[in-house]
Design a protein around this ligand. Structure first.
Ligand code: FES
Length: 107
């Protein structure tokens, strides 16, 4: 299992455990974490799984790919340098303890 902490725009913190090699979006849905919608089921066609990777974890999650860049143009919240589509962040074991922040506009 891989631990992930989601921090809502209002500061509410939720820490859950996801299956290794699942993704950050699916783990949120599986654990009823508010603020991640995941409307397209992870096929990179909706941007309702937008999140901000915590600064301390950016090096481990890697850069977003071209497809993410295009879809993030449709995100409701402000796109920042640490914006990612959470469905594209695979929960590899080295991401145990990952922290992501959720945009207010996704609620
Ligand atoms: S769930 Fe739709 S882009 Fe991530």
């Amino acid at each position: 299992m891989v631990k992930v902490t989601y921090i809502a725009a209002d500061g509410t913190t939720t820490t859950v455990e996801g299956e290794a090699f699942s993704n950050v979006m699916q783990t949120a849905l599986d654990n009823d974490v508010a603020g991640i919608v995941g409307e397209c089921g992870g096929s990179m066609m909706c941007a309702t799984c937008h999140c901000y990777v915590d600064e301390a974890w950016q090096g481990k999650t890697g850069a977003r790919n071209d497809g993410e860049d295009d879809m993030l143009d449709c995100a409701a919240g402000e796109v920042k340098p640490n914006s990612r589509l959470s469905c594209q962040i695979t929960l590899t074991p080295d991401l145990d303890g990952l922290v992501v922040h959720l945009p207010e506009a996704q609620y």
